[in-house]
Design a protein around this ligand. Structure first.
Ligand code: NCD
Length: 331
């Protein structure tokens, strides 16, 4: 089934065909960002709200640029500028925003499940831009696009995801996506930071960095998320970097054409050395570029589809054909 959901809440349970259709669509949107005039009218007259309750550089900017390149209007709300600071609940905030008729809400929240909660209470498409330690589907999709571009296909690759998997929504979404597309996934980190459930989700669990990286086609480093750690998960930062920092020496154990990913923000010298982050195998900046294309595809697919559904419902209710605009929505 091609991607036909009303919301994008996570990659868990999403099949290969749906993921591939999003990646194909993102690949076709990429070229717009290389134009002199980086704008197409696909979402003209549509409104996208970025509701971000956590700090973000890449993801929020990327969604905003993606919406603007499709000619949508964007509104950015951060926790400090929202009424959350006055005690309003997330659902009440979202209901009020929905009453202003946005066409999509992009949500980042520290609570796992926040996007699912909103999807039950508002009818416009919700895009999960990271919910607690749960999922970050648009990041995983841009990672998948980057891997596919570099390696041609994802099926059959061995991908090592290294670091703080316990707190990583990026790692979790990637595990679902990579498994759906047929990659072998290794999760690598100290036992305190690699949940056992990952083995049940089809990952190979490694505690030694060299074992995880050996002969890998792709190495994806994760940030050590100290802000989410309520306890000590390892003795010291020095000890963590001694055992788990990706250095050039470790990279040499991987396949010769290995590519190195990191979702950012990076802790240089803690989980990844600068020589690797800025070195010839790094595709970290390609990930950021691809992020805009993936978010353009997601906004386009979700908004165009929800408008088509609304029109179909109206037609069915009134028995009158609805005049459609070029994007498939009501004119
Ligand atoms: C990630 C996030 O916020 O989950 N960053 C991102 O979106 N680019 C990863 C992280 O914060 O470590």
């Amino acid at each position: 089934m091609a991607f036909a959901e009303r919301h994008l809440l996570g990659l868990e349970g999403m099949g290969a065909e749906a993921i591939t259709s999003i990646l194909d669509s993102a690949a076709s949107f990429k070229e717009i960002s290389d134009r002199d005039i980086k704008k197409v009218p696909a979402l003209r007259g549509k409104t996208v709200i970025n509701l971000f309750y956590e700090n973000s550089t890449r993801t929020r900017t990327s969604f905003e640029i993606a919406a603007k390149r499709l000619s949508a209007d964007t509104v950015n709300i951060s926790e400090s500028s929202s009424s959350a600071s006055k005690g309003e609940t997330l659902v009440d905030t979202a209901r009020n925003l929905e009453a202003m008729r946005p066409d999509a809400i992009v949500l980042r929240h520290s609570m796992s499940g926040a996007a699912h909660l909103l999807a039950r209470h508002v009818s416009c498409p919700i895009i999960n831009a990271g919910d607690g330690c749960h999922e970050h589907p648009s990041q995983a999709l841009l990672d998948l696009l980057t891997i596919r571009e570099r390696r041609g296909a994802i099926a059959g690759l061995t991908v090592a995801i290294v670091g703080d998997l316990l707190h990583s929504r990026v790692g979790r979404s990637n595990l679902h996506g990579l498994r759906a597309l047929g990659a072998t996934v290794r999760v690598v980190g100290p036992p305190t930071l690699v949940p056992r459930e990952f083995a049940a989700l089809g990952a190979e669990v490694h505690t030694r960095l060299v074992d995880g990286v050996r002969d890998a086609d792709v190495v994806m480093m994760l940030r050590v998320q100290r802000e989410r750690m309520g306890a000590n998960f390892f003795p010291s930062l020095d000890e963590y970097s001694h055992y788990y920092c990706l250095t050039e020496e470790v990279v040499r154990l991987a396949k010769p054409q290995v590519i190195i990913l990191h979702p950012g923000p990076m802790n240089r010298g803690l989980e990844i050395s600068s020589a690797v982050a800025d070195g010839p195998y790094s595709v970290i900046m390609n990930q950021v570029t691809n992020g805009v294309a993936v978010r353009m595809a997601l906004l386009y697919l979700l908004i165009a589809r929800s408008k088509a559904e609304d029109a179909a419902e109206l037609e069915a209710a009134t028995d009158a054909p609805v005049v459609r605009g070029r994007s498939g929505g009501r004119a």
